[in-house]
Design a protein. Sequence first.
Length: 72
Amino acid sequence: MDDASMVGMLGRVTGTVGPGLVGEVIVRIRGGAEHFLAYPATGRERIETGTVVTVVEHLPPRTVYVTAAYGS
């Protein structure tokens, strides 16, 4: 999966994402669900487990930058 196809996808935080943390998100892709290491897109945002997020950047193979979706 290339970078452009991951941007805009929704996922759910499975390990807190925040400054100084390597978080984790699960994203439904390729007919299944895959885990990615995750960092906050703003660098200052803390996103708790269970929050729905939007992928704003993908660094292959398994790293994404995310922001909370729906103002959550």
